[in-house]
Design a protein around this ligand. Structure first.
Ligand code: 8YV
Length: 311
């Protein structure tokens, strides 16, 4: 008999489905010591990209066979520990690609044209006292994309409409794309007017946008991050923005969410978003549906629809 444990808050419709079909219980609602008594009853976990399942929790769930992750990113789940135990892990790729790419392009335009800052200018009543400073043109710029997976490619396709020149850096060149490959993040940043971060998170990409990359992007450069806060050296980013060594940044993700470095709160050159790139009704419902179908497929047929990539 399969029992399903929900780890972390989920979309209400997914939460309801899990309760209705699997009588799932939410770990947060359970009394202390619950897992000591019941941990061995659970064969499945559904969690979010924000919370995940670490090794310690896996140790307390000795019969766990599957983790269905609500989110494309799974850096909060210890996938090495899962592999050692033969636990299958799924994520929700594709269904959120459009919205995350839309957010990257929206953030880029916002920060280059300074729309959010202009909105604050009008609300403060400053328009009656003077004109708003000029911004930076978006169309025709050189845009570097760090990580040319599904989301990176969707961003590039959108930017074609802005006559952007596109270059990218990934672990290895991507076959069949019409964009120039840069050999390192530094080289990409040095070429770019704006650098968009669309890699996965986790140990492999930690600090990839280093102080040197930010320096290469330079005082006229913009950074957009829709990936994970961990990919960027956040103290170096804050220092570059506060000292004017970077023109601006659009950030949907941070190193220690929901905490945002206080120094950024006062900067008009920065767009701060509360990790909402995938947060539309349509996309979140599609993610919930895919997470649920992964779970059901595994429990019924023993296979996942969208297992996380291997290797
Ligand atoms: C999360 C995300 O799903 O998919 C991801 O990797 O970061 C988001 O879309 C969201 O934070 C809910 O966990």
């Amino acid at each position: 008999m399969d029992r399903v444990l929900q780890v972390g808050p989920l979309l209400p419709s997914l939460h309801r489905n899990l309760r209705e079909h699997y009588d799932a219980v939410l770990l947060d609602d359970q009394p202390d010591g619950f897992l000591d008594e019941h941990g061995a009853e659970f064969t499945a976990v559904v969690t979010t990209a924000r919370i995940g399942v670490d090794r310690a929790l896996m140790d307390r769930l000795p019969r766990l066979r599957v983790i269905a992750n609500f989110g494309v990113g799974y850096d909060t789940t210890d996938v090495a520990a899962a592999a050692e135990r033969g636990i299958a892990v799924s994520n929700t790729p594709d269904v959120l690609t459009d919205c995350v790419a839309d957010t990257a392009v929206g953030g880029l335009i916002d920060v280059m044209r300074r729309f959010s800052a202009a909105d604050r200018f009008v609300r403060r009543g400053d328009w009656t006292r003077g004109t708003y400073p000029l911004a930076t043109k978006v169309t025709g710029k050189r845009i570097g994309i760090l990580g040319l997976g599904r989301i990176g490619q969707a961003i590039a396709r959108r930017l074609a409409g802005f006559d952007a020149e596109i270059s990218y850096h990934s672990r290895r060149p991507v076959e069949g794309v019409p964009y120039a490959y840069a050999e390192s993040p530094e080289k990409l940043a040095a070429w770019s007017d704006a650098l968009i971060v669309a890699t996965s998170g986790g140990a492999e990409t930690r600090g990839l946008v280093s102080a040197a990359v930010l320096e290469a992007l330079g005082p006229a450069g913009y950074l957009v991050n829709v990936a994970r806060g961990s990919v960027v050296n956040e103290p170096a980013l804050v220092a570059a923005l506060t000292c004017g060594r970077l023109a601006g940044a659009a950030l949907d993700v941070f190193a220690d969410e929901p905490n945002v470095p206080p120094a950024l709160l006062d900067l008009d050159s920065v767009l701060l978003l509360p990790h909402i790139a995938s947060a539309t009704h349509e996309t979140r419902e599609a993610m919930g549906d895919l997470a649920f179908r992964n779970l059901r497929s595994f429990l019924v047929e023993g296979s996942l629809i969208t297992p996380i990539p291997q290797g």
